[in-house]
Design a protein around this ligand. Sequence first.
Ligand SMILES: [Zn+2]
Length: 191
Amino acid sequence: MMFQLPKRLLPDYAQEQAEYIFCSRCRYVNKASHRFCTNCGIPQADGEQEQLLYNIREKQRKESLGRSEYNVRVARITLYVLAALCLTGTAIVLSDLDERYIWGVLCLTGAVLYAILGRWSVHRPFTALLVSLVVVGTFTSVSILSKPEKTFTTLEGTYAFVFFLIIMVLLGRGVKSAFQADLTKEEMEVL
Ligand SMILES: [Zn+2]
């Protein structure tokens, strides 16, 4: 449905120019000659071609949203895996080692932290995954910088390094996708 606006209600700049119309969906003021709303993309004219183009664009948005949400899910699972690994670490550490209490507390803290971040990413994916990326990045950097020779000369150090690199890539992809998903949702939002 299209609204024709009385000229006297339009702002001065609009009165001087051609006809302007309200978008029936988002209320954005568009030039009447526009085929699509500049703000939300819905067709301004009732043409079959316009509707077809709009449907294709909507389909692309949904597909893009689907991909983004998949990546966010993968990043969330990554956090839960980290939490589980920390918890396993807690169990192993508590069984032997001299400094086992310190390590036990550290691992347990990690497990709780990653589980909370994973849970948070359900409601605020972008913020939660960005915080996770910073947390994991900091822990990784600190552990590498404290024992640089162990990371790059021993096999287990290399494995750990590659493992954290993969985690960082998955989380980074999650952050990017969460951002993309927010944008797409905003575009698709019906007022
Ligand atoms: Zn619109």
